[in-house]
Design a protein around this ligand. Structure first.
Ligand code: SF4
Length: 272
């Protein structure tokens, strides 16, 4: 929604849009819709996210046995497939059956790898440690800070080694080591918010790569904090009306805003 305020309120999702392409922040803040439909790939991600919210329950009741783990994951995915249309009725009403079936098949194909990696994690770190990192003490809480002029929703807050930290669920690809730069920014922005709310330092966060059943710990560095604060100030400026240069080409092909998005010089030529 357009705003004339000098400091429009910003959210962590704005920061993520900015990292993809600063112009997306501009369009979304002016009411353009980013994800108009549920296709197979989006449904796959939604299913895997719902599945991952069950990992802690599954790990709790399973003995360390690949067969048990596999069956429990399949049952949880079946349940997620039934529940999602109840959670997003409007969007699912507009979705074709073929896309639903393809998304389900894609998510199901990930189960063997998820089971194998969860099992490996359990063997490497121990059940107690894995459970602490996976079990939410809060799921999708809204946290905000007037000082940061920022709000956000971590997938979970978990209590690990006595500290409450944010955990984010990512259904996409997983790097060989560590986390993607954009996921680091996502985790750090939520750690900053949690710090502001709890008034306690949050030294790390978790990223769950749910398509793979892998959990990665992110140490929060000063340089990360600086980068998040810098992005916040830039996003504020865009939401206040500044149109950034069109520089990002990587995402343009599949971008829902491509027909509205012309270079700044072309835009000016329309008026002068
Ligand atoms: S079309 Fe390209 S430059 Fe324009 S908003 Fe989309 S990704 Fe950004």
């Amino acid at each position: 929604m357009p705003t004339d305020s000098q400091n429009p309120e910003i959210s962590v999702s704005d920061l993520l849009l900015y990292i993809n392409c600063p112009r997306r922040v501009y369009f979304v803040s002016r009411g353009y819709e980013l994800l108009p439909e549920i296709n197979a790939s989006r449904l796959e991600r939604m299913l895997l996210k719902e599945l991952s919210l069950n990992y802690s329950e599954i790990v709790k009741k399973c003995s360390l046995n690949a067969d048990n783990l596999y069956k429990e994951l399949e049952a949880a995915l079946d349940q997620a497939y039934k529940d999602l249309p109840l959670m997003f009725p409007g969007e699912f009403a507009r979705t074709e059956k073929g896309a639903l079936e393809e998304g389900d098949a894609r998510a199901r194909a990930k189960i063997p790898e998820i089971a194998a990696n969860l099992l490996r994690g359990l063997e490497e770190y121990g059940k107690d440690s894995m459970l602490a990192a996976l079990t939410p003490i809060k799921t999708e809480p809204i946290i905000s800070s007037a000082r940061l002029n920022l709000k956000g929703v971590p997938s979970k807050i978990v209590c690990f080694e006595g500290v409450n930290v944010p955990s984010i669920i990512k259904p996409g690809n997983c790097p060989v080591q560590g986390v993607w730069a954009s996921d680091r920014m996502h985790a750090v922005s939520l750690a900053l918010l949690l710090e502001a709310e709890s008034e306690k330092e949050v030294p790390f966060a978790f990223v769950e790569y749910v398509s793979f059943g892998l959990l990665r710990k992110v140490t929060i560095r000063t340089s990360d904090r600086r980068e998040v604060l810098k992005i916040c100030r830039r996003v504020e400026k865009i939401k206040a009306g500044f149109m950034p240069e069109k520089t990002e080409e990587k995402f343009c092909k599949e971008c829902t805003f491509s027909e509205h998005c012309v270079s700044n010089s072309s835009l000016l030529s329309k008026f002068f």
